[in-house]
Design a protein around this ligand. Structure first.
Ligand code: SF4
Length: 447
C-alpha cells in the first residue's frame, strides 16, 4: 500500500462532459448565459473535466473569471460571433443530427486543425510506409503517441491537439504498438530522446504504459538515453501518483527506467500556480522526484488564463520551491480558438521578461516565449533597433535543419503580430534566411 494512502483518501476519477455536466451540483452556480455558451461552444471544441478540477482547483466564487474555470470550460468568445450564432440557432431549433454535424465540421475546418504541417511533414517512413503515431521533426528527438494515451484527465480550452478529441478520425494519429518505433529507431543512432506524449500518456494504466515502453527499453541497453513523458496528470489528476490503485506500480516503473541508466524526464504541464496549491499535488511531485525522475515545467502563455507576469513569477517560483525545473513558456499555437487565447508576441515577451526579472537565478532555466512553427522552435529575444528600424530579435531553439539552431534573425517590429507568419523580415528583406531551404524540405517531403 502507498505510504500516502492514509493521508490522502483514494477517490474515483469521475469525468464530466456535455452529456452529464448539468447533473453536477455546481452547474446552477454558473450564470445562465455562460451555461448556454458551454453547450454551444462545446459542440465544436472538446470539453471534459473531472471532480478534482471542479472541487479543488476552481474558485467558484470567482467564476466566470477564475483562470482554472476558463482553462477547462468552453468560453463564449472562443467562436466568432457568426459561428456561435450558427451553432446556437441549430441547437435552438433542434436541427437534425446530420445538419448539426455538418455545421460543426465546417467550423472546425476553419480553425486550422493541422498546425505546423504535423500530419504531412513529420511522419517517418519504414520501407517507404508512413508509421502512424510517430513524429520525427528534430534530429535528436522522436515523439511517440501511444494510441491508448490519446485523451486527457480534463481538456484545456486552448489545446492545440483539440482535433484528436472531437472524433474527427482524419485528425487522429496514434501508434497501436511499439515495434514500428523500435524498427525505425534502429536506423536513427543520433536519436537520444523519445518523448512519449498524447493526449496524456498517463491516462493509461501502468500495465498498458509498460506494454508500450518495455520493448523500447529492452531493445538496446541505455538507449535511447532519455525517456521523456509529457503529461498534465500532475495538474489534473495528481491521485495518479498517490492513491490510484496502480500508483505505486507506476513509480516502480519510473524507478526501473532510471535504474536502467536512462534519464527519465517528466515534462509537466502547469498553466497556473493554482495547480500547485493542493496537498496532493505536492505529495505527487515528491513521490515522482523520489524515483530519480527530473520534473520540468512548461506551459503556453494564454490570454484570459495566465497573461500576467505575476502569475508566471509565482508559477516558476513555486516550481523551484518544489524541486522542479522551469523549462518553456510557449506561444499559443495557431489553431483552434486562438483568436480568443493568443497574445501579441511583443506582449508575451514583456510578460516573460518581467516575470524572469522577479525570480531567483535557479528559475531562469526557462526559455521562451517560443513558437513551435513548421520551421522549428523560434524564441522571441525581444525588441531592438537596427539603425532607425525597430525590429524583433528572434532565434531558433530547434530548427528543422539543426544548422539553424541559435542563429539570431530579425523581423520588422509589429506590435500586433501573434505568430511568425504575421511577421515580415527586417531591412526590407524578401524572406527570412531559412525560408527557401524550408520550402525545399516541404517539397521533398510531399513528393
Ligand atoms: S493536457 Fe495537453 S493535450 Fe490534453 S487537453 Fe491539455 S493541452 Fe491538450
Amino acid at each position: 500500500m502507498s505510504d500516502s494512502a492514509s493521508r490522502f483518501p483514494s477517490r474515483k476519477l469521475r469525468y464530466y462532459t456535455l452529456r452529464n455536466i448539468e447533473k453536477h451540483r455546481l452547474w446552477n452556480s454558473i450564470p445562465a448565459e455562460t451555461r448556454e455558451a458551454i453547450r454551444v461552444v462545446g459542440q465544436v471544441l472538446p470539453f471534459r473535466v473531472n471532480d478534482y478540477v471542479l472541487d479543488q482547483l476552481i474558485d467558484w466564487s470567482a467564476i466566470p473569471d477564475d483562470p482554472i474555470y476558463r482553462l477547462v470550460f468552453p468560453q463564449p468568445g472562443m467562436l466568432s460571433d457568426g459561428d456561435y450564432r450558427r451553432v446556437a440557432e441549430a441547437l435552438q431549433r433542434h436541427a437534425p443530427a446530420d445538419e448539426l454535424k455538418r455545421v460543426v465540421h465546417e467550423i472546425r475546418q476553419t480553425l486550422n486543425p493541422n498546425p505546423a504541417g504535423q500530419m504531412e511533414l513529420n511522419v517517418p517512413l519504414v520501407e517507404g510506409n508512413p508509421i502512424p503515431g510517430i513524429q520525427h521533426k528534430y534530429h535528436e528527438t522522436v515523439l511517440f503517441f501511444p494510441s491508448a494515451g490519446q485523451t486527457c484527465h480534463a481538456y484545456c480550452t486552448f489545446c492545440f491537439r483539440w482535433p484528436q478529441f472531437v472524433g474527427e478520425s482524419d485528425y487522429r494519429f496514434a501508434a497501436r504498438e511499439t515495434d514500428d518505433l523500435v524498427a525505425y529507431l534502429a536506423g536513427q543512432p543520433q536519436v537520444s530522446d523519445v518523448l512519449v506524449t498524447g493526449g496524456d500518456p498517463l491516462v493509461m494504466s501502468t500495465d498498458v504504459l509498460r506494454r508500450y515502453l518495455q520493448p523500447l527499453l529492452d531493445a538496446k541497453p541505455e538507449w535511447p538515453s532519455t525517456i521523456r513523458i509529457g503529461s498534465k496528470a500532475l495538474a489534473y489528476w495528481p491521485a495518479r501518483f498517490v492513491t490510484d490503485a496502480d500508483a505505486d506500480d507506476l513509480l516502480r516503473f519510473f524507478e526501473e527506467i532510471v535504474a536502467s541508466g536512462r534519464n527519465l524526464a517528466f515534462m509537466a504541464h502547469f498553466n497556473h500556480y493554482t495547480e500547485l496549491s493542493t496537498p496532493i499535488v505536492l505529495e505527487a511531485i515528491r513521490r515522482i522526484r523520489s524515483t530519480g525522475a527530473m520534473i520540468r515545467t512548461q506551459s503556453p502563455v494564454v490570454r484570459h488564463i495566465n497573461d500576467s507576469a505575476e502569475v508566471w513569477r509565482r508559477l516558476w517560483s513555486e516550481s523551484i520551491k518544489h524541486g522542479m525545473v522551469p523549462y518553456y513558456m510557449f506561444v499559443e499555437r495557431d489553431t483552434g480558438a486562438r483568436n480568443y487565447f493568443s497574445l501579441p508576441l511583443a506582449r508575451a515577451w514583456e510578460i516573460f521578461r518581467e516575470a524572469a526579472s522577479g525570480v531567483s537565478g535557479l528559475a531562469r532555466t526557462v526559455r521562451g516565449p517560443s513558437m513551435s512553427t513548421t520551421a522549428g522552435k523560434v524564441e522571441i529575444l525581444g525588441p531592438a533597433y537596427i539603425g532607425e528600424e525597430r525590429v524583433l530579435v528572434l532565434r531558433f531553439l530547434q530548427g528543422r535543419n539543426p544548422e539553424w539552431t541559435y542563429r539570431p534573425f530579425f523581423a520588422h517590429y509589429d506590435e500586433e503580430a501573434t505568430w511568425l507568419s504575421e511577421l515580415k523580415p527586417a531591412q526590407n528583406a524578401e524572406r527570412f534566411f531559412f525560408e527557401d531551404e524550408l520550402q525545399s524540405m516541404i517539397d521533398s517531403d510531399n513528393r
